[in-house]
Design a protein around this ligand. Structure first.
Ligand SMILES: Nc1nc2c(ncn2[C@@H]2O[C@H](COP(=O)(O)OP(=O)(O)OP(=O)(O)O)[C@@H](O)[C@H]2O)c(=O)[nH]1
Ligand SMILES: [Mg+2]
Length: 231
């Protein structure tokens, strides 16, 4: 009888917990985003004086109603080149991935032109000084490697076009149509995946709640594929 009551009590009081993995190049804004999420759901002030992450930061948030009563455990890992090899150890246990892009560092031409120019330059081993490619090509290679990893297969991906507060940013529609769609539909993409592209400014907090709400709905939608941990 004790065990029956205990299991009823645990069932009634425990909540589903889903892990969210923040990825993206160094300087994209992952740690700033983590700080804003933490602040948004705990009524504290965000610490926006970030330093490059070596290792990981983690925080767990509980969303208020009308969101479902779940926990999101958010993992922020370092995006520097030498640290990207560590990302794959998080793939099997994550329920969704957020790929953060610095929208002010993807070039000054249209993204379609940039993609083809960057590829042509890479193939020819040259660089056209007239066009600033930013880090678009590096970003493409890194996003492709995430999509191709078997341990991350089927995991919902939210691409965040961050730093939308900056005057020199590329707008979200261009990032979506000229870059993300091409990567997802390209031969190294995986078009059957649940995905979305949203604008945000981790610095001001704009778009952060919309991002979290999308994640919240998609991890629950995918819970048969990746069941939550009960806490
Ligand atoms: N203008 C603007 N700056 C931002 C935004 N998000 C982050 N930054 C700035 O970008 C820089 C890098 O931000 P971080 O959050 O530390 O970047 P990160 O992705 O965690 O970098 P790593 O830890 O090296 O992988 C900091 O100076 C932030 O203040 C944004 O939305 N707008
Ligand atoms: Mg960081």
């Amino acid at each position: 009888m004790y065990h029956l009551f205990k299991s009823i009590y645990l069932h009634a009081t425990s909540k589903e917990e889903y892990s969210i993995l923040l990825l993206g190049l160094d300087n994209a804004g992952k740690t700033t985003l983590l700080e804003q999420i933490k602040a948004a759901y705990s009524s504290s002030n965000p610490n926006l004086r970030t330093v490059p992450t070596v290792g990981q930061n983690v925080t767990t948030v509980s969303l208020p109603p009308p969101n479902p009563p779940i926990y999101l455990k958010i993992w922020d890992v370092g995006g520097q080149h030498s640290l990207r090899g560590l990302w794959q150890s998080y793939y099997t246990s994550c329920h969704a991935i957020v790929f953060v892009i610095d929208s002010s560092d993807v070039g000054n031409a249209t993204l379609a032109e940039l993609s083809s120019t960057a590829r042509a330059n890479a193939a020819a081993g040259t660089d056209n000084p007239e066009i600033d490619n930013g880090r678009l090509e590096e970003c493409r290679l890194v996003l492709e490697s995430v999509l191709q990893n078997e341990d991350a297969a089927g995991v919902p991906i939210l691409v965040l076009a961050n730093k939308q507060d900056r005057e020199d940013c590329v707008e979200v529609v261009r990032i979506k149509e000229g870059f993300v769609r091409k990567v997802f539909e390209g031969e190294k993409g995986e078009s059957v995946r649940d995905s979305r592209v949203l604008p945000c400014s981790a610095l001001t907090g704009t778009g952060v709640k919309e991002a979290v709400e999308w994640l919240c709905s998609r991890v629950q939608w995918n819970k048969e594929g990746r069941p939550p941990v009960m806490r």
